[in-house]
Design a protein around this ligand. Sequence first.
Ligand code: CTP
Ligand code: CA
Length: 221
Amino acid sequence: DFAPDTHRALYGRHIVVSAGPTREPIDPVRYIANRSSGQQGFAIAGALAALGARVTLVAGPVSLETPAGVERIDVETAREMAAAVDDALPADAAVMVAAVADWRAEAAAEHKIKKTGDAPPTLALTENPDILARVSAAGPRRPALVVGFAAETDNVLEHARAKLAKKGCDWIVANDVSGDVMGGTENAVHLVTADGVESWDRMPKGAVATRLAERIATALG
Ligand code: CTP
Ligand code: CA
């Protein structure tokens, strides 16, 4: 039966999800990246689609299968991710799970940087656009619900509350990455909203995704 599954809670909704790391070139053979596997973001995209949402998943370089029913757009750099997220709007919700590189090389070299026998090269960095902050400040194009993630190793809740305020998003899913969470299969998160903090037990990333998708469905009504 291929009739639209209109009883699913997110049927008719469009949700943009960012996931994975970004990769910032230094020269044609080198880049700056991070340890994000993309698992949590992909699981969230899949869980939202399973509830009937139309999901646009903007993904940095990861080795993961696209979840069923999800439209995936592959990008490499933070600037490409920012443009792809912007192109994906309007949306009812945005869930920015990507571990966006905070900095990129000021100017990527066109040719491979060679050892010269002198001192090592100095890498000048410049800050990348803050995609979450931009989506949160998108005016009439702002999704009704904007969710960010915060990966922290210390003072998790304090940093999460500060990020909620600084970025102008509605929720922060605060992630304690002091252990083996990054690249691992489980996650211990706190949902930080204007109403307060809800701490969830450590659970598989798939279970975090399902629970978050259900919360998003409730919030969107
Ligand atoms: N984020 C983003 N664009 C960036 C940096 C972060 O969209 N250039 C988003 C992430 O996807 C995440 C949230 O912002 O949803 C928080 O990311 P995080 O790295 O924890 O916060 P930062 O503001 O970069 O602060 P810091 O890394 O210094 O803790
Ligand atoms: Ca960061």
